[in-house]
Design a protein around this ligand. Structure first.
Ligand code: GDP
Length: 297
């Protein structure tokens, strides 16, 4: 079972696609129209859907595909090409590594930080957390709760403190203790985009100045359950930060995972992890080939 989300997403999408291609008497324009509708209602954006059906239309002609099984295989290949553009889908293995986590509140940022921290720790790496979302006291507290649970230290200042000062302190501590991975929480206030951008720039400057030898990742956390909102967040955050990867949360439950295809197609931001539950082990590395296979097991 791919990613443990087959029942909630793949199963449904697969069923819906098969209903269209196996139930129709012919492989014709009507079938392609119906397929279009299925893809759009599965949270695959309009542009990406059009790309898929247009390519399929061309391939059907060019390759003279006449049976539903052939159509199914073709869709799988097209989807695979869309979600795998050869970018690195793994988190950098280099150490020291500094990860900036960005994303709107409620998307699963804190939980994802905990999951990634646990994952690094399980790989034998030392980890430190920086609570640089100083805007909400609850954010630092929650991070500390997770830190205690996983057994990693958390650097925090009081509410309203300068986030860059937290990063500065965390870097000094990380250097002194030769920590492998420093994961930094940040405020998720996209509504004050200018402030957030200035704040991120300042944090990045501190990192560059204080720890130039550290490898860097900036991960954007997106809630898959929010569908089109997640897409617009990817666009907006993409404008203010150099995102190296996406953590797509809540792909368990009722999420419509078609969003993975849209995000991979529309943005040059590889999905690196997917969240499949609330527990600290509910994080999976994203494997594009496995994902595409999962749609048509
Ligand atoms: P933050 O405000 O972005 O830091 O969000 P939190 O990490 O506090 O998460 C918000 C809610 O989403 C919490 O109730 C989490 O347990 C839940 N959550 C986070 N990731 C996942 C996931 O992958 N699956 C599910 N089902 N829930 C998640």
């Amino acid at each position: 079972m791919a990613f443990g989300v087959k029942k909630s997403f793949f199963g449904r999408l697969q069923e819906k696609i098969e209903d269209v291609i196996f139930m129709r008497p012919e492989i014709d324009e009507e079938m392609l129209d119906e397929l279009e509708e299925v893809l759009i209602t599965s949270d695959i954006g309009m542009d990406t859907t059009m790309k898929i059906t247009q390519k399929l239309r061309e391939d059907i002609k060019k390759l003279n595909i006449r049976d539903p099984e052939g159509v199914k295989t073709r869709i799988k290949t097209i989807v695979k090409e869309l979600i795998d553009k050869g970018e690195a889908h793994q988190l950098s293995e280099k150490t020291p590594l500094i990860i900036l986590m960005i994303g709107v509140n409620g998307g699963g940022k804190t939980t994802s930080i905990a999951k990634i921290a646990k994952r690094c720790k399980d790989q034998g790496k030392t980890v430190l957390l920086a609570a640089a979302d100083t805007f909400r006291a609850a954010a630092s507290e929650q991070l500390e709760v997770w830190g205690n649970r996983i057994g990693v230290n958390v650097i925090r200042h009081k509410e309203g403190a300068d986030p860059s000062a937290v990063i500065f302190d965390a870097i000094q501590s990380a250097k002194a203790k030769q920590v492998d991975v420093l994961i930094c929480d940040t405020a998720g206030r996209l509504q004050t985009k200018k402030n957030l951008m200035t704040e991120l720039e300042k944090m990045n400057k501190v990192i560059e100045r204080e720890y130039p030898e550290a490898d860097r990742e900036t991960l954007l956390v997106l809630d898959a359950a929010t569908g089109k909102n997640a897409i617009s967040q990817a666009r907006e955050f993409g404008e203010i930060a150099d995102i190296t990867g996406i953590v797509l949360t809540k792909l368990d439950g009722t999420a419509k995972g078609g969003i993975v295809i849209t995000i991979s197609d529309e943005f040059k931001m590889p999905v690196k992890f997917i969240g499949v539950g609330e527990g600290m082990d509910d994080l999976k590395e994203f494997d594009p080939a496995e994902f595409a296979e999962g749609i048509f097991e």
